[in-house]
Design a binder for this molecule. Structure first.
Ligand code: IPD
Ligand code: CA
Ligand code: CA
Length: 257
């Protein structure tokens, strides 16, 4: 796999897709509900996924693509080179606020995360990560997380439904510096990766919500697991805890078991 070639193309495609999404603000969106009124899909989610699938298939016909909107294939395994795409993460924000949404692309080889890209479209912030080579924000290296920080030092990101199902987490919030929510899993991962928050905890994330974030946050020294501390596979949805090591341990041992 020629990583430099992929990197050049992906960055070009992301910028092109982001411009199309921004241009769509002038037009009326076609909006459909998926599982409910807060789970939306727009014509731009579908068009953006189609755009990436076509580009990948044109340049890398033997790579497989796995995406949220079902335009890409549904996978049974992670053999070979697999692209995992969330064309718009934070669709509700995109529809209601036109900000705090992102394009997320990850490349896994035989199940191992190799390359990751998360683009905050409105802020024009591109987070990138490569296994073993660190992570970058708009080309600038993101410093490693401060491993000495504990729950008492930082903010937490936990959504309402997670708090409802895991009420012990309220005690963790009381110990922390407070609660914040952005409403886009990929950007919430990046808040932890850049030290703006100590942890992000969610009970219902899909592989496309976490595939890129896991690589980038991992490069900065964050621990990313299920709530019971077990490894995540990129084929099934489930719970997630992303945090710096001490905070991850505190959450898993004291507030999630
Ligand atoms: C959603 C967002 C949201 C998270 C949901 C995701 P989508 O992704 O990341 O923050 O709480 O679980 O499904 O549907 O906007 O791509
Ligand atoms: Ca999405
Ligand atoms: Ca998503």
């Amino acid at each position: 796999m020629n990583k430099a070639l992929i990197e050049g193309l992906v960055v070009e495609w992301i910028k092109e897709a982001a411009q199309k999404i921004k241009d769509s603000f002038q037009n009326e969106l076609e909006i459909d509900q998926k599982s409910g009124r807060n789970d939306l899909v727009t014509n731009m989610d579908k068009e953006t996924e189609t755009f990436f699938v076509e580009k990948i298939k044109e340049h890398f016909p033997d790579h497989r693509v796995f995406g949220e909107e079902g335009i890409a294939e549904k996978l049974e395994d992670l053999a070979g080179v697999v692209w995992i795409i969330d064309p718009i993460d934070g669709t509700l924000n995109f529809v209601l606020q036109q900000r705090d949404f992102a394009i997320s692309i990850a490349i896994y080889v035989d199940g191992v995360g190799e390359l990751a890209y998360i683009y905050d479209v409105e802020r024009e912030e591109l987070y990138t990560g490569e296994r073993g080579k660190g992570a970058y924000l708009n080309g600038k290296k993101i410093p490693p997380l401060d491993k000495n920080k504990t729950l008492d030092d930082l903010l937490l990101i936990i959504n309402q439904s997670t708090l409802y199902h895991y009420p012990e987490l309220r005690k963790a919030i009381s110990r922390s510096r407070g609660l914040r929510l952005q409403g886009a899993a990929t950007l919430e991962f990046m808040s932890v990766a850049t030290g703006r928050a100590g942890a992000y905890v969610s009970r219902t994330l899909q592989p496309w919500d976490i595939a890129a974030g896991k690589i980038i946050a991992g490069e900065i020294g964050a621990i990313v697991t299920r709530m019971d501390g077990t490894e995540i596979d990129m084929l099934t949805g489930g719970t997630i805890v992303v945090a710096s090591p001490k905070i991850h341990e505190e959450l898993v041992q004291n507030y999630l078991s």
